[in-house]
Design a protein around this ligand. Structure first.
Ligand code: ZN
Length: 575
């Protein structure tokens, strides 16, 4: 009956005809006192939040959502308790697939652009919970290694929005089974919250005779103060995110030890010192490459081990949460170069920030094992991009407003994998030296206009790159599809031949693509700019005729790779 009663109250609360607008308010400030008691798996929070009405209508009610295993205890304004009703609200932004939502009656209507400060309190437990993943058919075991967040007796790791709503949010219900809606909603939330400030005072208390555990959070701060009374201990620390940007705030608590290097700290759990040392070595090897391309890491990176050896690593910018028990040094090298790149170059634009960290991984592969290894590494992302483009195409038919350009997208396959290719293509077009100089001139606080980066890159080359940025960055034009249309050899009077190769691009995005002429005794590579839905030709002087001509060495992502090889018929066959 409880549900029914809540529904009735809800109907009464919200003026008939005026639906509750869950996303009317932006949470501009959080000041939270967070207490964690690992033995009880318990979280208790008291604090203040500021909401700003960013809708065009006055608001009398506000929705405040936290994970469904937490309960609201009090909501006040100016020291006066406010009326609120709570109910379970189904949504896959949380690992439990549901939220404890409080619908608060505000003391007065908040006008558009007006703000209100609320004093809040809530508590409960945060156990491991894989409900949302099981609901879409992810096997239990796999789900546990993905949604690994929990407050546990020996180990605690809790990520924020998109994993566990451990601080209040307000987002319309989304469902993982409905395409990309969860990522879109999270992208929308993060964009709105980018200027918000979040401060947390984190306290961990419990009983233990051992060394008190260490606390980690990906905000600024972290001085830890300990208190002990017999077996009882309490550890406090403070962190701030000013502003939050696109960070997912998280905290980790465990019995860590640390390996320190000049560029990063690696905190490891008992028995995993050798893994930490291997990671430290990989990181030190990656420092020169990162420095050469992106400048010296401006802040010390932090690597924190996850207790579950099969847990999916989590990239929290210059903090990385990862298992440390592999002996595979390639895994560590790729992770370390990514993490150090984040510590070296920041951008508020995910396609630049994440795209460069992925691009750095490809550069690392190239440095270790040559260009083919880098192209293989990028190739592992190609299918994901092709599938994401197909999915976008399908939704575009229903929703003409869908805009998944790199500057707007919240699709991970785009702002990571596709962006990585864009950086690689730019590098191939403007040279290493040119791109490094452009990146050295990049200042995140000046990146206000979409074309800022294009102008930085153009300043290093004498090329107009508007068409490239248009096809790949400002708009989502899908991928190119190259084919070799024809190969015409013409004998030269002084011996040898001139071969004219015509390439057609059937796709809607143009690119500069390598054209490879394979001879019996080697190959010649030329680069050719082929715009969307057009053809271009290149003439090559050769001593012996090519056996085949191939367009694209894999450095340009394309939708169809099956039509890229042209077998040149032997001269006799032409007669
Ligand atoms: Zn990253």
């Amino acid at each position: 009956m409880k549900v029914l009663r809540v529904v009735c109250i809800l109907c009464g609360l919200v003026t008939p005809g005026l639906a509750l607008d869950r996303e009317a308010f932006t949470f501009t400030n959080y000041d939270l006192d967070v207490r964690v008691e690992p033995e009880q798996q318990r979280l208790g929070v008291r604090g203040r939040i500021t909401l700003r009405n960013d809708s065009s209508a006055p608001q009398k009610n506000a929705a405040l959502q936290i994970s469904s295993t937490l309960d609201w205890s009090s909501i006040q304004a100016g020291g006066e308790p406010l009326e609120f009703v709570t109910h379970e609200y189904s949504s896959d932004i949380d690992h439990t697939g549901a939220l404890s939502e409080a619908i608060v009656t505000l003391p007065h209507e908040v006008a558009p652009k007006g703000t209100i400060e609320l004093e809040i309190g809530y508590e409960g437990v945060i156990p491991l919970d894989v409900t949302r993943l099981k609901r879409i058919g992810v096997p239990d075991d796999k789900a546990k290694h993905t949604d690994w967040d929990q407050i546990g007796r020996s180990f605690t790791a809790v990520r924020g929005i998109g994993y566990v709503a451990w601080y209040p949010v307000a987002i319309e219900s989304v469902d993982l089974s409905e395409g990309n809606t969860v990522f879109e909603a999270l992208g929308r939330w993060k964009a709105r919250e980018a200027d918000a400030d979040l401060k947390i005072k984190l306290t961990n208390s419990g009983e233990s005779s051992a060394e008190p555990p260490r606390l980690f959070c990906n905000g600024r701060g972290g001085e830890q103060a300990y208190e002990r009374m017999g077996r009882a201990y309490s550890v406090h620390t403070e962190y701030s995110f000013e502003p939050l940007g696109t960070t997912v705030p998280l905290f980790v608590i465990g019995g860590y030890d640390v390996v320190e290097t000049p560029s990063l700290n690696i905190s490891f759990l008992p028995g995993h010192k050798s893994g930490a040392e291997n990671y430290a070595l990989a990181a030190e090897l990656a420092v020169p490459l990162v420095t050469e391309w992106f400048g010296a890491p401006g802040r010390k990176a932090e690597t924190v081990e996850l207790a579950d050896p099969e847990a999916a690593p989590f990239d929290a910018e210059s903090m990385l949460l990862t298992p440390l028990d592999t002996s595979n040094s390639t895994v560590y090298q790729l992770a370390a170069v990514h993490q150090l790149t984040h510590a070296a170059i920041f951008s508020p634009r995910p396609w630049i920030y994440e795209g460069l960290a992925h691009f750095a991984q490809a550069l690392e592969r190239e440095q270790q094992s040559g260009r083919p290894a880098a192209l293989d590494f990028m190739g592992q992302h190609r299918t994901a991009i092709v599938n994401a483009e197909k999915a976008v195409d399908a939704t575009r038919l229903q929703n003409t407003a869908a805009n998944e350009s790199l500057i707007n997208t919240s699709i991970e396959e785009f702002d990571r994998s596709k962006a990585m290719y864009v950086w690689w293509m730019l590098r191939d077009m403007v040279s290493d030296a040119g791109l490094k100089k452009a990146l050295a001139g990049y200042h995140p606080d000046q990146d206000k206009e979409a074309a800022y980066l294009q102008h930085l890159v153009e300043a290093q080359t004498h090329r107009d790159l508007e068409w490239f940025f248009d096809d790949w960055v400002y708009r989502d034009r899908g991928l190119p599809d190259f084919r070799v249309e024809s190969v015409y050899p013409r004998p030269r009077v002084d011996g040898g031949s001139i071969v004219t190769v015509t390439i057609e691009n059937l796709g809607d995005a143009g690119a500069e693509v390598p054209v490879i002429l394979r001879m019996e005794d080697g190959e010649i590579i030329r680069r050719l700019e082929v715009r969307a839905k057009s053809k271009a030709a290149v003439r090559v002087d050769v001593a012996t005729l090519p056996l085949e001509v191939v367009v694209n060495d894999g450095s340009v992502p394309e939708s169809d790779l099956s039509n890229n090889v042209f077998k040149v018929p032997p001269p006799d066959a032409a007669k």
